[in-house]
Ligand binder design. Structure first.
Ligand SMILES: Nc1ncnc2c1ncn2[C@@H]1O[C@H](COP(=O)(O)OP(=O)(O)OP(=O)(O)O)[C@@H](O)[C@H]1O
Length: 249
């Protein structure tokens, strides 16, 4: 089966010459939820920016459901890969929640009842349908993060890429977002430093460090490999033990 995300030998140097990725391979299949872990400066964001063509491969290749990420395909690639950035304010810039969620599908040429349906469905998926006519800047941070997820879901992407989805959320909002992500029928790649969140949501974890993949396995195996964790500056919160963490239903 063709992977949804297929990254082969991806290498990338920024224009100033800094080499951020060295031959990264990553294959994610439909329906998987994968955490992308690694210390600051590992190359996680650089990799994510290649998945929807904000950056394009210096060497190697990136494909989404068999379609190469390259200039000629960017409109279709951005429909297939939805990226939710860490700061929801990077994604919300219209006068109402409705207008923000409609923006992407409207750009694809969707109008009328189909557009209304997409907007409401996406807001329902994140539990924000009651806020459809509110200005995004009147919402709390956690509510804006949910709306940012809805702007991407309205595009009906094949893969949802989230950059630090649990950051700045209170415990209840963090849990509610986990419930939402778990309920979605979409492939998820989640960049996170929140290792308990990775364990809770993602059966598989990939560790990037120094621009290369240094581990790819079950999240449980990664988080219980003390030598690996130490070598790549991954630390569990004080008192958190993956061996005894209770799985959520
Ligand atoms: N625009 C840029 N120009 C030059 N170097 C950059 C640029 N952006 C990032 N880098 C460098 O590339 C490397 C990878 O950065 P990247 O942002 O991908 O790491 P990250 O794993 O996402 O880190 P963090 O966990 O801190 O967000 C770092 O050494 C960083 O300093």
């Amino acid at each position: 089966m063709t992977p949804v995300l297929d990254v082969h030998g991806l290498a990338y140097a920024y224009p100033d010459g800094h080499q951020a990725l060295f031959g990264v391979d990553l294959h994610v299949h439909r329906g998987e939820r994968v955490a992308l872990l690694g210390p600051n400066g590992a190359g996680k964001t650089t990799l994510v920016l290649h998945l929807n063509g904000i950056l394009t491969a210096g060497a190697g290749s990136v494909a989404v459901s068999g379609l190469a990420v390259e200039k000629a395909n960017l409109t279709e690639i951005r429909r297939r890969v939805g990226v939710v950035f860490q700061d929801p304010d990077d994604q919300l810039f219209m006068g109402t929640v409705r207008a923000d969620v409609a923006f992407g599908p409207a750009n694809l040429g969707i109008t009328g009842a189909e557009l209304d349906h997409r907007v409401l469905r996406a807001l329902e998926q994140v539990g924000m349908e009651e806020y459809v006519d509110r200005p995004p800047h009147h919402l709390s941070f956690g509510q804006r993060r949910r709306v940012a997820v809805a702007t991407v879901l309205a595009m009906e992407p094949e893969v949802l890429v989230l950059d630090e989805p649990s950051s700045n959320l209170d415990p209840a909002s963090r849990r509610e977002l986990a419930d939402i992500l778990r309920s979605l029928d979409v492939t998820v790649l989640m960049v996170t430093h929140d290792l308990p969140y990775a364990l809770e949501l993602c059966p598989r974890s990939v560790v990037l460090s120094g621009g290369t993949v240094v581990a790819d396995g079950t999240t449980y195996d990664v988080l219980t490999d003390e030598a690996l964790m130490k070598a790549h500056r991954l630390e569990l919160p004080f008192g958190f033990d993956p061996r005894t963490a209770m799985p959520r239903p």
